[in-house]
Design a protein around this ligand. Structure first.
Ligand code: CUA
Length: 326
C-alpha cells in the first residue's frame, strides 16, 4: 500500500519505516473520519432539534440498534489497528538472523561505533546498504536514546546493560542520528550520521581502513581509531591478562568456574532452580556482579567482580570473545 502525502515526515529509508507510516496515516484518516462524523452529527442535532418559536426541543433517550453499532464498529476497528500495530512492532524488533552486528557506546556527548575488527568510529556509523544491521548498545555514563528518524527506530541506551535495535538501509545514503533522551548540557549536540555504502564502497572502506593500522590522522578520516586487533582478539587478551582463564576453560573442560565454550546462547541453570538464556546481558552481569546469580554446581565459586573502573569497551570485547567460542 502506498500513500503519497508523506512530505511532512522524514524519508522512508526502510520497509519498517514505510509500514509505520502507512499505519500512521490510516489511523490519522480513521480518526479524522470519526471526528467529522461525530462532531458533524452533534452540531446538526444541536441546531435541528433546538427549541425555537413554534418548535419544541426534541428529547431522545434510548436506541439499542444505534448503541450496538457504535460499540461494535469501533471495537472491531480498534482490534484491527491493534493487530496491525503489533505486526509492525514485531517486524521492527525481530532481528533477522543474518544481521550484521555493530556495537554502540553512548557517552556524554558522542556516539562510538565499535566494529568486529576493533575499529572505532566516532559519530559516523558506516554500514553496507541492503543488509540488516543490528546495533548492540550500551552507555558509559547516563541514559541516552538512539534515534534514527529515517528508519523510524528509537531505543534507549542504558548504562549497565545492553539493548539492541536493527534496521535495513535499502539504499546508499546518509541519515542523521539523534540522542532522544535528555542527557546533560550537550544533549542537543549528540548527533551522529549513518552512512550506508553500496557494496563496492563498503568493501573499499572495510579493506582500506583495515589495512590502515596506522595513526588515524594519516587516513584522512576524522574520529577514527584503531585498537590492537579485532574485538575477539582484544577480548581473548583481556581474559588472559585479567586472569579469567585460570578458572574458566575455553574447551569445555571443567576447571573452577563454568567453561566459556558454547556458553553464549545456552540455557544456564541456577542454584535456586531458575534458568536464563546466556545472552549479552547475562554475561555482562556475571562479569560485573558475579555473586548475583549462582550457577548450579558452582555454588562454592567465589569470583571477584571485574574491576569497577572497567571500561565498557573491555567488557564489550570480552563478550565478543565468549560469543566466538561456539
Ligand atoms: Cu545523549 Cu541526550
Amino acid at each position: 500500500m502506498k500513500l503519497n502525502f508523506n512530505g511532512s515526515l522524514p524519508i522512508q529509508a526502510s520497509e519498517v519505516a514505510r509500514d509505520w507510516d502507512t499505519l500512521y496515516w490510516v489511523m490519522t484518516g480513521v480518526s479524522l473520519f470519526f471526528f467529522v462524523l461525530v462532531v458533524g452529527l452533534m452540531v446538526y442535532s444541536a441546531i435541528a432539534h433546538r427549541e425555537r418559536p413554534g418548535h419544541q426541543a426534541s428529547y431522545f433517550y434510548h436506541n439499542s440498534v444505534l448503541e450496538f453499532v457504535w460499540t461494535a464498529v469501533p471495537t472491531v476497528l480498534l482490534m484491527g489497528i491493534f493487530a496491525w500495530g503489533w505486526k509492525v512492532y514485531h517486524d521492527m524488533v525481530s532481528v533477522p538472523g543474518d544481521a550484521y552486528e555493530i556495537r554502540v557506546l553512548g557517552k556524554q556527548w558522542l556516539w562510538n561505533f565499535i566494529y568486529e575488527d576493533g575499529r572505532v568510529t566516532t559519530n559516523e556509523l558506516y554500514v553496507p546498504a541492503g543488509r540488516p544491521i543490528k546495533l548492540l548498545m550500551t552507555s558509559q555514563d547516563v541514559l541516552h536514546s538512539f534515534f534514527i528518524p529515517d528508519f523510524r527506530i528509537k531505543q534507549d541506551v542504558v548504562p549497565g546493560m545492553y539493548t539492541h535495535v536493527w534496521f535495513n538501509p535499502e539504499n546508499p545514503g546518509e541519515h542523521v542520528v539523534f540522542c532522544a533522551e535528555y542527557c546533560g548540557t550537550s544533549h542537543s549536540g549528540m548527533i551522529a550520521k549513518v552512512i550506508a555504502l553500496n557494496e563496492k564502497d563498503w568493501q573499499a572502506w572495510w579493506r582500506g581502513k583495515q589495512l590502515a593500522s596506522i595513526p588515524s590522522n594519516t587516513t584522512g578520516k576524522s574520529g577514527e581509531t584503531h585498537a590492537a586487533g579485532s574485538l575477539i582478539n582484544q577480548g581473548q587478551k583481556l581474559t588472559q591478562t585479567k586472569g579469567c582463564v585460570a578458572c574458566h576453560s575455553i574447551d569445555g573442560s571443567r576447571i573452577v568456574g563454568p567453561s566459556y565454550k558454547s556458553l553464549y546462547g545456552s540455557r544456564v541453570e541456577f542454584s535456586d532452580g531458575s534458568t536464563a538464556q546466556a545472552d549479552e546481558n547475562y554475561i555482562r552481569e556475571s562479569i560485573t556482579n558475579p555473586q548475583g546469580k549462582k550457577v548450579k554446581g558452582y555454588e562454592a565459586l567465589v569470583m571477584p567482580p571485574y574491576p569497577g573502573d572497567a571500561k565498557e569497551e573491555e567488557i564489550t570485547a570480552i563478550i565478543a570473545y565468549i560469543k566466538s567460542l561456539k
